[in-house]
Ligand binder design. Sequence first.
Ligand code: MOS
Length: 769
Amino acid sequence: MKPPELYFIDGAAPESSAPADAPPPWTETRVVGKAIPRVDAYERVSGTAVYPSDVVLPDMLYGAILRCPHASARVTRLDSAAAERLPGVRAVISGLTKAADVRWYYSRTVFTKLFDPRCRFQGEAVAAVAAETPEQAWDAVRAITVEYEVLPFVVDEREALAAGAPAVHEAGNRVGELERYQRGDVARGFAEADKVVEVSFRTAAEIHTPMELHGCVARWDGPRLTLWESTQGVYPVQQRVAATLEMPLAGVRVIGSYMGGGFGSKLQADKYHVVAAVLARLAARPVKLFLTREETFLCVGNRPPANMRLKAGVKKDGTLTALELTCLGSGGAYPAGGTSLVDWLVRDLYTCPNVRTECTDVYINGGPSRPFRAPGHPQGAWALEQMMDALAAAIGMDPVELRLKNVPAFSQGREGNPPYTTTGLERCLTEGAEAFGWHEARRRPRGSGPVKRGVGVAAGLWVAGGGGPPSTVIVKLFPDGSANLNMGASDIGTGTKTVMAMVVAEELGVPLERIQIENADTGTTEYATASGGSKTVPTESPTVRAAALAVKGQLFDLAAAELKVPATELRIEGEEVASRSDPKARKRIAELEGLRRRGVLVGVGVRGPNPEGKVINPFAAQFCEVEVDTRTGEVRVVRFLSCNDSGRVMNRLTYESQVIGGVTMGIGLALTEQRVFDRQTGKVLSANWHDYKIPTVMDVPPEITSLPIDRPDPAANTTGAKGLGEPVTIPTAATVANAVYDAVGVRVVESPISPMRLAALLAARGTRG
Ligand code: MOS
């Protein structure tokens, strides 16, 4: 069986054979692994960091987009004459504008137009305006007259294949062929089981809603376009915009600077880039176009809903005999991977000889989905990890024991069953349970009052750990001993710059505050894939290390001549180059005459290939304790522990930040987050931060503990890191659901576990407080 196509990570396919000149793994480190505050912390918290949304250019106009208010409609007439006459308006574009007659694809198979008269979801772009002020732009948007033929819609994926359901696309609502996977014989597996459990699960659609809105500033210099863009990857945006506008890659410069979160929704270019570029060209002025918060809820991606029917067989001793998953999901109105990777954990997380999965993707009249922090995995974990809990109860086994019984030795879901470089699942479960006090907590009484306590566990792995080529990085060392790190990967708020500076400091001894890091910019920094897939650290840190080592080699050659010792005898001590044998042969880097004469040393690092025939996956186990108020149905997460095997811990502090962020996000999936459509109108009812509730600091436990299995993975790459950002959110929602079950004996199969839903379930069982 083929592994799933990692559609959201371009260029991440591992190449074969290890490079002969790969540096050996670090045996000890002085900087890497420490808890070091972010090198750009002051800039970020003081407001001096310039984000794309802060960019203001002389002569700049403001753009705004008119969006279809209907779930399904056809534009029958559009008149922008009145809008064009309004004060301050400098350009109006629509499907009637020649310069805006541009092909667009949401996926590689279904083409539409930048402004297509057939609108398949609420929020589709219909026209756009550039004006002197944002207010004038929005006034002009409102002054455009549009007549729509409102069409029937379907916004619930469970109804999309019903007879008579409105067709989102002419060919019907099924997206391509069924995705099927099979190994062994599930019928035989179920026959061999002592217990068979079958449950239907559902996760609601989630919206990324990162703190910084989606948007850009577009400016033309003659034939060359520059975009300041809040993005996870400047190169993917460059590629897409160049292709759409039929321009050479070199003609599109994308500048990343700081960015305020993406979670997968900013991995790719969107229509607004092209809209801003076309407006800027017509008006011959720079255009700033940032979406409103409400727009971002409609049209820049979501974690698609998943309906999962899971059947599992287990023997009394905990051996899994069969797993069968059928999944129905929808990436919205365009093929966008609705069920992509939802089945991966069922295929790969636990040892099981007989597995069958079948995934059906349908169209609905909703905004296209995008990769969302561990695409498919938290949904799959919601089903599989609650099922493991149910199986443990069915055979009277501890849920941690049941998981330990089925820890895999190799990747069963991939062709040829390749081994993992390292498998930390067993250690995550045992060391996590120990640190959490799992066994004591399980024995504690649930509480005699209306508030019940419970504990839960869940585990996970992430399919795309380890990163891989391509990436190129340049490190420069100046005669005063300061350094410049030139890297094309964006720091999307995760601490990438800090970790990479630490790698430079490790190899060259340059203090962190003396390392200048360039922001991702296709005009000045080298090629990198988008920051995503938990691959930024395992992809870029070996590349940065290679670049720093290239500088170090040159530095030692210079110093060897000056100190009159062999270069092989030299090492970095603090900010000095020193001989290992002769204590007198040493010199501060800033005092090397050869370096001063040269002006700068330049080291180029290129990411080497991943190991052949091995799979690099991060693993995780999480534990939590909840309080459930049986009168109101409210769930409070009291404490949470995340035990992660992500290879080497590069920075203990940013590592912990990822854990806290991922757990917070997973608590949102478990308890509050859901996109809600109005069934009468097909419109999104939860299109703002008031009606769509993401957890705040008040909604997460004060105690979120990060317990790393700090074991460098030397087979993975030359820094030994495997990737963390996504594994930390995969088991979280299931952990909470399992704790709720432990507290009140009710299995909430559908997310979110809202007070209303839980109170109704408790009332139905007669256990409401
Ligand atoms: Mo992530 S969903 O690859 O940003």
